[in-house]
Design a protein around this ligand. Structure first.
Ligand SMILES: [Zn+2]
Ligand SMILES: [Zn+2]
Length: 179
């Protein structure tokens, strides 16, 4: 879908290619953070620019992308499991580096560098991977969500339950009897 050739950018330093793209829900209906998948509620859009900043200090030729990806994911509150719609706005920055037959060792300084194998810039891959990495590990329906009672499972946001306050999860009793 997002196909851009590196050659014109390498040969013209003043060239800036605007990138505007949208993944319809039929093309991208869920996103995964590696552990769970979340339904995508609004089409993922990306807007940015591809440009050639000139060779770096080591004379390495590169093409940069600077942009922002946006979408809305359906997640669940970490405490009460209520549905939470999360708006993501992810900065996407990448440096595509021409290999010239030399393998580059990945260090902390060049983590954003993506080796350019052929002439095609793997922009789509980079965008989707950055968005996946930006999915929050935990979300709450509200800052002070009271969560579920560990004993009876009642949603405590809708009022207290009848469980004793110091009544721990009965599974702990089984554990305690081991000591
Ligand atoms: Zn909650
Ligand atoms: Zn309870």
């Amino acid at each position: 879908m997002l196909t851009y050739q590196a050659k014109p950018l390498f040969s013209d330093k003043n060239l800036r290619i605007p990138v505007e793209a949208k993944w319809e829900l039929s093309e991208l209906s869920e996103l995964s953070d590696g552990l769970s998948s979340y339904p995508v509620l609004e089409p993922l859009t990306v807007s940015g620019v591809l440009f050639n900043p000139g060779p770096d200090a080591n004379g390495k030729e590169r093409i940069c992308f600077d942009g922002t990806a946006r979408t809305v994911l359906q997640m669940s509150c970490d405490r009460c499991l209520e549905r939470v719609d999360v708006s993501l706005e992810t900065p996407v920055n990448a440096s595509f580096v021409r290999q010239n037959g030399v393998e580059t060792e990945i260090t902390f300084d060049n983590m954003d560098e993506v080796p350019l194998e052929g002439d095609e810039i793997p922009l789509e891959e980079v965008i989707l991977s950055d968005v996946s990495l930006s999915i929050p590990m935990k979300v709450l329906c509200k800052e002070d969500c009271k969560g579920l009672c560990p004993v009876c499972g009642k949603d405590l946001n809708f009022g207290a339950c009848d469980c004793e306050e110091d009544n721990l999860d009965p599974r702990w009793d089984a554990l305690k009897s081991l000591f």
